[in-house]
Ligand binder design. Structure first.
Ligand SMILES: [Zn+2]
Ligand SMILES: [Zn+2]
Length: 265
């Protein structure tokens, strides 16, 4: 079906959600086929020969994952894995589950997914996130969500980029953990400008009313999936939409950027 035909919106919101979702799925299925067809047999990081399809070799991957337990609130290193560090304990911020810090080597690979459509490392990084989820579950620090949702791209952005990296990650997580991915739960109704380079206040203003949650979302526990969490403004904006309906929210991502001041020199 020609793309431009798919993109003719009717003014009614339900129809609009439907056409965006249909197009998203079509594009994403095509992207998945492309990934399978284009995987290199060299590690993206050290360029050594590896088994076809694994993207990043185990020693490079292990080197960029968290080497110590870390706070689910702020990413700070901990001695023992608890949910929160002392500073986060009082406020109990949104739990962000990530296998790695954005600033310690994995950031480049995560950014390459989005900006260069370099998808070879996606499965290895997602598997690392799965291991992190299972470890935290075993420690009873998170509860398994009943559904996954992704941070949606506005249709204009989806058309430009051709895929939503969050969908690719969530689809893989959904398969590995057997948790349904609810593709049409959230819609991005405003085409916001990129968050990079904005102050906290500008970020919040930029995102105000950007998303809408489907009225009959029937789950009590949900994980929002994104490629990277930097300031957390996007995740918090979406979390609020769920929390007004008493839905428990956590965030899953491939890498998180710690709050400024927490990074070692
Ligand atoms: Zn390597
Ligand atoms: Zn903390």
């Amino acid at each position: 079906m020609p793309l431009n035909k798919q993109w003719k919106f009717t003014p009614s919101l339900p129809r609009r959600i439907l056409s965006v979702t249909d197009l998203g799925s079509q594009i994403h299925r095509a992207v998945l086929q492309l990934i399978d067809a284009s995987l290199p047999n060299r590690c993206l990081m050290c360029h050594q020969g590896i088994e076809l399809g694994s993207g990043i070799c185990p020693s490079c991957l292990n080197a960029v994952l968290y080497q110590t337990p870390s706070c689910l609130g702020c990413g700070r290193s901990l001695v023992v894995q608890t949910a929160y560090c002392g500073a986060c304990m009082k406020q109990q911020p949104l739990k962000v589950v990530a296998p790695a810090s954005y600033h310690h080597g994995i950031g480049e690979q995560v950014a390459a997914i989005k900006y260069q459509a370099q998808l070879a490392g996606l499965e290895a990084m997602t598997a690392a996130l799965v291991r992190r989820v299972l470890a935290l579950e075993q420690l009873h620090l998170i509860q398994r969500p009943q559904a996954l949702v992704i941070v949606p791209l506005h249709p204009n952005r989806l058309r430009q980029r051709g895929f939503n990296q969050a969908w690719l990650i969530a689809e893989s997580l959904s398969r590995q953990l057997d948790i349904p991915l609810i593709e049409d739960a959230l819609v991005r109704i405003v085409d916001t400008r990129p968050q990079e380079g904005l102050t906290g206040k500008q970020r919040r203003r930029n995102l105000a009313d950007a998303f809408r949650l489907k009225a009959d979302f029937g789950y009590q526990r949900v994980a929002i999936v994104d490629d990277v969490v930097t300031t957390g403004t996007t995740a918090q904006t979406i979390a609020k939409l769920f929390e007004v309906d008493y839905i428990q929210v956590q965030v899953w991502c491939l890498a998180r950027a710690e709050a400024p001041g927490l990074l070692e020199p």
